[in-house]
Design a protein. Structure first.
Length: 129
């Protein structure tokens, strides 16, 4: 049994399969999920688990070289925007519809229970060396 880190076996296994350059969508409960990627749905009830908690846990486990978010997050969800701007080394902004289109190429989608708008980020995996 794992002692620490991500305990969800489905999520831990899916993260171990990611490589340099792969993308991972961390999304709120309302984001449309594309048909292609593997999905780990953590949503329990509205707000649980939160986008912030899931993002923090993922960033503690992964090497991330950047991320892409919807431009709309800056006005519609200032808390998520601030979290993303201080947590990610390179952050790009695109319209929400473009983020949805880019998400179709993600290797993995992690759905949270977040119930505030535009709490979504497409993370790009880096390499530890």
């Amino acid at each position: 049994m794992k002692r620490s880190g991500i305990l969800n076996r489905h999520l831990a296994g899916a993260l171990a399969e990611l490589g340099h350059g792969d993308t991972l969508l961390v999304c709120d409960a309302g984001m449309p999920i594309p048909a292609g990627p593997k999905v780990v749905d953590l949503a329990f009830v509205a707000g649980v688990p939160s986008f912030a908690d899931v993002l923090d846990g993922l960033l503690a486990e992964l090497v991330v070289e950047g991320g892409t978010v919807a431009t709309e997050v800056r006005t519609a969800n200032r808390d998520a925007a601030a979290l993303l701007e201080r947590s990610l080394p390179a952050l790009g902004f695109v319209p929400h519809d473009e983020l949805k289109a880019l998400s179709a190429d993600a290797r993995l989608v992690v759905r949270t229970g977040e119930a505030r708008p535009y709490a979504n980020v497409l993370l790009r995996c880096g390499v530890f060396f």
